[in-house]
Every structure is written in structure tokens, then in C-alpha cells.
Write a protein that binds this ligand. Structure first.
Ligand code: FHN
Length: 475
């Protein structure tokens, strides 16, 4: 716990915010969750879930996508609706409007959302070329807008008052999941447990009045009937996604404040146990809650200092925002690969997030970065996919991974101007009988020293530093 606590304080958003006295300290800082401590993790007993966790830890790279009516505004997804979070979430509101009018404008975005340039097969092709192994897609964010044809709410992509209900791919989840599956890419359904549109969560007529926060507008303990209405609605929607949209590898639950310890129990375990009779082994990421239904932990916009002893996945934006931001800046291929390598060396997965445009296309600059990432992975992916942690995991600019008896050393270069030496000391003291360059297959001469293996790199060092030089170390 202390290690984990230490890492947690390192967390950039590591401000602890006690939401209620008896609840576990939950960290939601400016809309960002921290991640569960390792000692809150419960290893699954279901053998199919355990097997799926091995699949999960082999994948290494996901594409996360936040897409909804909010994408039209270029402001933060959903959070601008919460009056309690207005100080940071409405910073971009640069037009004259009252809070109440703004919330109406934001909720009314469904009436203009019409992504007619959406081509799911194109997205799937881009993801496949990028080396992506599973998709995490926002079926519903906190704003309550459903990107599938739900029977339980009219606030949906197929709703009469959403222009795209007549669109070619109107049931977006159906078409998106199908297109990605056809490319052999796994499917994770992101689902917000909080729903700020449905009248059983932000219900009217309570002492709170119109001033809203991220939680319900009432105390569930004081109005159990209203809360039960919300539980039924939520469980029905989760089951809809798990029964009508094909195979789901993962359900990814956001809004960690919706949990029993905070009096907001949606009895998620009941639903997941039922769903697993239809979706055997499906993973459940009940973020930040800990316990049996958080099958892996999910650092956000950060990477733990050291390897974690439990399965994990860092969700990190390619740009600066989870939802689409106009004129955004995107990480370069080099930055993404250095991030991915750091994460994989510590035993985790990277869920790189791209916010699609309101017209249905992906931002050109994001596509460029994804393509560059895929080109690197086509050459060096064997040192990433299917690997596990290898001591000393990382030392200076050398990261390690292993696959069976084979060890990979990845010599990383922060920029193309970095010095590229002719010899490099790989601080690995295990048995090595052969060293080959992963990209060319050429064997490299090496000398065993007490510090590690001193490799003489074949060929010239070139004018510009590569993203990495990757060595295959074999016994
Ligand atoms: O509140 C959400 C946020 O909007 C975004 O969806 C991220 C992505 O993981 N999750 C929550 C913040 O932790």
C-alpha cells in the first residue's frame, strides 16, 4: 500500500478529495479519476476471466474514443454540465450565457449532432494500420447521450430529435463495433454509470434545486424508490449493450463515484455475473472502485513509476483532450512510442485516446500520429505485443520486455538530435548467447561485463536518432 500510496502522491492529479467521511478516499480531481491501489485488487476466480486477463495483457495497445454531441463544442466532454465543476469545466465558455441557459444549450447539442461523414470502416482501417488491438468507445458519457439505439431513453443517436437518426450508420455502436471486429480488433464498451440526463439521477424537485454536481440530485437513502428506478434503467442499458451488439471483450465503467461505499449502489456485480452467461470471460473495469469487478486498474493521463503487480491500462490522450478539441496539438509518433514503451516495460497497456470530429472524420493530425505509430510497430511490434515485465524493466534510456525465453532491450531516443553511440551497455545481467537487431536481423557482437552486455551495434549510426534501437537477446 505504501508503494502504491507513494505512486499515488506522484500522480499529477493526486489531490485527495474526501467525498464522504465513510467512503474510501476517492480521487476525482477536475474530472480525472486516480486509480485503485494494488491492495484493493481482487484476482478473479472465474477461469475464463483469468484467461481473458492473459489476452488483455498481451494486447498492449488500445484506441480509446470519446465521441458525442459534445464533440461539436470543442469543450470538455459532459463536465461543463456540472455546476459544481464550472470553475474548471466552463473555462472555454467565451460567450454571454447564464449557467442554466448554458446547460440547456449543452443538453440540446443532440439536436444538431449530424456526423454525416462518419465511415466506420475507415476508422477501423486507420486503427488497424496503427497497430491497435482493441477499441474503447464511449457508448454513453456522463451527459447521458446514448450512441446506440437504446429502448430506455430518447436521448440517443437514433432519437427523432437527433438529425443523425436518419444517418447511414445511425446506430453508431452497431456499425463501429462490427467494422472493428472485422479487422480483428477487440471491443470494449465504455459506459458512464452516472447519467446526467435521465430524470432518475438528476431528478427535479429536490432541495438541491437546479445546482448540479456529478452525483444524483437527491440522497438515494432518502428516496430509495427513485434510486431503484435509476438502478433498473442503468442495468437495462448495460444488458442491452451486452446482448445486442455482438461480442464484448471488456465493459469499461466510468464515474467511479457511483459505488456502494458512496450510497450509490447500482449492484453492478449482479449485472456482470448475468452478462457473463452471454459474454463468457468478459472483463469488467469498474474504475477506481476496487474489488471483484475491477479486473484491471486504469491510471489516467499518467504512468505509474514502477511496474504494478496487477493488470493495468493507462488511458492517455493523443491530443490535449479526451473529446474533440479544435486546432489541438497531438503527440508525435516518437512521443507515443516512448509512452507505449514506458508503459509496456512496466507491464501495462496504453489506451491512446482520439476524439473524433463532429462531422464524423478523425482529425488529420491525429491520423498522422497513429500512422507513424503503426509504421514503428510493424517493425518492432514483437518487442511489445505479448510481452511481460523483465527486470530491471527500465534503466536510463533502456527499457526491457520479455517473451518466453527471449528478452528485448529497447534503447530509446528522446529526439532525432539525440547522440547515437556505436556501442551501448545494456544493463541486463541474465544469460545471453546471441544479440540480434530486431529491425535488420543482423547479429551484433557483444561482451559480457559485470554491469551488463556491451553491444557493438552493426552498421552506421545514421544522421538522425531513431525512435529506438531494439535488440533481441537470446539464451
Ligand atoms: O469523467 C471522465 C472523463 O470525462 C473522461 O471520460 C475520462 C477518460 O478516462 N474518465 C473520467 C475521468 O476520470
Amino acid at each position: 500500500m505504501s508503494d502504491q500510496a507513494e505512486i499515488r502522491t506522484e500522480h499529477p492529479e493526486g489531490v485527495q478529495e474526501e467525498v464522504t467521511q465513510d467512503a474510501a478516499p476517492e480521487v476525482v480531481n477536475q474530472g480525472v479519476h486516480n486509480y485503485s491501489a494494488e491492495d484493493e485488487y481482487v484476482w478473479p476466480t472465474d477461469p475464463q476471466v483469468r484467461e481473458k486477463l492473459e489476452w488483455f495483457q498481451d494486447q498492449k495497445l488500445a484506441l480509446m474514443m470519446h465521441w458525442g454531441p459534445y464533440s461539436q463544442l470543442g469543450l470538455v466532454e459532459s463536465w461543463a454540465l456540472s455546476d459544481d465543476d464550472a470553475d474548471w469545466a466552463r473555462r472555454g465558455v467565451d460567450w454571454e450565457v447564464s449557467g442554466e441557459e448554458f446547460k440547456k444549450q449543452y443538453f440540446d447539442l443532440n439536436k444538431t449532432f449530424n456526423p454525416i461523414r462518419f465511415e466506420p470502416e475507415k476508422w477501423a482501417e486507420i486503427a488497424s494500420e496503427a497497430g491497435v488491438k482493441y477499441l474503447i468507445f464511449t457508448t454513453k458519457h456522463h451527459d447521458g447521450f446514448c450512441m446506440w439505439d437504446t429502448a430506455y431513453s430518447d436521448y440517443k443517436i437514433t432519437g427523432e430529435d437527433c438529425p443523425y437518426h436518419t444517418g447511414k450508420y445511425s446506430d453508431i455502436c452497431a456499425h463501429l463495433f462490427e467494422a472493428f471486429r472485422k479487422k480483428g480488433i477487440g471491443i470494449a464498451a465504455y459506459f458512464s454509470k452516472a447519467d446526467w440526463h435521465i430524470d432518475s439521477y438528476w431528478a427535479k424537485g429536490y432541495p438541491r434545486g437546479d445546482y448540479m454536481w456529478r452525483g444524483p440530485s437527491y440522497d438515494p437513502a432518502e428516496d430509495p424508490e427513485m434510486w431503484e428506478r435509476f438502478v433498473t434503467f442503468t442495468q437495462n442499458q448495460i444488458k442491452e449493450l451486452a446482448t445486442r451488439y455482438g461480442k464484448l471483450d471488456i465493459m469499461w465503467f466510468d464515474a467511479g463515484w457511483v459505488r456502494k461505499a458512496q450510497g450509490q449502489d447500482i449492484r453492478l456485480g449482479e449485472v456482470i455475473d448475468q452478462i457473463r452467461t452471454w459474454q463468457p470471460g468478459m472483463l469488467c473495469a469498474d474504475r477506481t472502485v476496487g474489488g471483484a469487478y475491477e479486473n484491471y486498474v486504469t491510471p489516467e493521463q499518467c504512468v505509474p513509476e514502477k511496474p504494478l503487480s496487477v493488470p493495468w491500462e493507462s488511458c492517455i490522450t493523443l491530443g490535449t483532450s479526451f473529446s474533440y478539441a479544435y486546432d489541438d496539438d497531438y503527440k508525435s509518433p516518437r512521443e507515443v512510442i516512448l509512452l507505449l514503451t514506458d508503459i509496456v516495460a512496466k507491464g501495462g497497456n496504453l489506451a491512446i485516446n482520439v476524439g473524433p470530429q463532429p462531422d464524423g472524420r478523425l482529425p488529420k493530425k491525429a491520423i498522422k500520429s497513429l500512422k507513424g505509430m503503426g509504421e514503428w510497430l510493424k517493425v518492432y511490434g514483437e518487442a511489445i505485443y505479448g510481452t511481460r515485465v523483465c527486470a530491471p524493466f527500465k534503466k536510463d534510456n533502456i527499457a526491457f520486455t520479455r517473451k518466453g525465453e527471449t528478452v528485448y532491450a529497447l534503447e530509446l531516443f528522446e529526439s532525432e538530435d539525440a547522440f547515437v553511440p556505436g556501442q551501448v551497455l545494456l544493463p541486463y545481467t541474465g544469460t545471453v548467447k546471441k544479440v540480434t537487431m530486431v529491425d535488420t536481423g543482423r547479429e551484433a557482437a557483444f561482451e559480457v561485463t559485470s554491469e551488463g552486455i556491451l553491444v557493438t551495434v552493426p552498421g552506421d549510426t545514421g544522421e538522425k536518432a531513431p525512435i529506438a534501437r531494439v535488440y533481441r537477446l537470446e539464451k
